[in-house]
Write a protein that binds this ligand. Structure first.
Ligand code: AN0
Ligand code: CP
Length: 321
């Protein structure tokens, strides 16, 4: 595997899940694979889980790890080609990428949507340059449009906790004070469409996800209706994807607190498990009692980030040989 951005990059999903459970049972099984190989993790944005779980995954495989917080200590990077660099940016991405790549074997990049331009975000302007100019395998640690390590961990978690063969999984929008990217719901939709689940998306009008990710998934605008009989509730806020109205891209269209996931909605589910990628704002996205309930999976879900990252790095190391 040279690039990890999509569920398609894993090939057969059942085989990938099998590998994940094999690693979960013995996470140091492949500790010779990464000997004298270096993973470089580059963060343009904050992170708790991705930063720690991916480092742990690399260490499970015997790799060396370098972590760079670009905005804390490195030079401010210009990303546009052709500009006269007379402002506050001291270095261009076009030099920085090959330099960073020269010190490592595999690169992970976190670079969120900036919401400045839908076109730039949805064309993955930053990540595409890493793929093009680094000459190294690149995995996405939440890009402008996707968060595949999260969705893979989510799928592993659903597989572990499902109580029937084909569970009903509901992705629900929930309110948040600030504009958030669509990366998590985009990837979650893409991965659920590929998995053996009955998948439903619910959100207020205007929050329609990009068709390249949501595909033909069922969309139900009535949240209570969507929750009926659900086995898993996956909550997340996202800002306007700009599908129906491009000029609203990245805007907060609603802060409707009736969408906050609470007891009222959970009562109509099939005693559903609650999921969220974290970090979560309590009593905006989900009430204290629901996130603290025995059916909440937020902690095991986060723990599975180590497993998804170990599988991805393992496959990238195997492809280096
Ligand atoms: C980010 C987001 O919504 O994409 C990261 C989630 C994993 N969340 C925040 O910025 C709060
Ligand atoms: N879920 C997730 O990616 O968390 P962080 O932003 O803390 O890495």
């Amino acid at each position: 595997m040279r690039v990890f951005r999509s569920v398609k990059d894993l090939g057969n999903l059942d085989a990938a899940l099998k590998e994940a459970f094999e690693i979960k049972a013995d996470r140091f099984k492949y500790q010779e694979l990464g000997r004298n190989k270096t993973a470089l993790l580059i963060f343009f944005n904050n992170s708790l889980r991705t930063r720690l779980s991916t480092q742990k995954a690399a260490m499970n495989l015997g790799m060396n790890v370098i972590v760079l917080d670009v905005n804390q200590g490195a030079w401010k990077l210009e990303t546009e080609r052709g500009v006269v660099m007379d402002g506050d940016k001291s270095e261009h991405l076009l030099e920085a990428i090959p330099v960073m790549a020269s010190y490592c074997d595999i690169i992970g990049v976190r670079s969120f949507a900036t919401f400045e331009s839908r076109e730039n975000d949805y064309n993955e302007k930053i990540l595409e340059q890493f793929i093009q100019y680094s000459g190294k395998p690149v995995f996405f640690m939440e890009s402008a449009t996707v968060h595949p390590l999260q969705s893979f961990a989510d799928l592993i978690t659903i597989e572990e906790y499902k109580e029937c063969d084909r569970p009903k999984v509901v992705l629900t929008w929930a309110p948040h004070p600030k504009a958030l990217p669509q990366a998590v719901p985009n990837s979650f939709a893409e991965w659920m469409n590929a998995a053996n689940v009955d998948f439903v998306v619910t959100h207020p009008e205007g929050y329609e996800l990009d068709p390249q990710f949501v595909g033909n998934a069922r969309v139900e605008y009535d949240q209570m209706k969507a929750f009926e009989g659900a086995d898993f509730i996956y909550a997340k806020n996202w800002s306007c994807p700009g599908v129906t109205c491009p000029e609203d891209y990245g805007k907060v269209l609603s802060k409707d607190m009736s969408w906050t996931v609470g007891k009222r909605q959970m009562a109509v589910t099939n005693n559903a498990h609650f999921m969220h990628c974290l970090p979560v704002r309590r009593n905006m996205i989900v009430t204290d009692d629901v996130i603290e309930s025995p059916r909440s999976l937020v902690i095991p879900e986060a723990a599975n980030r180590e497993i998804s990252a170990t599988v991805v790095l393992k496959r990238m190391l195997e492809a280096l040989k």
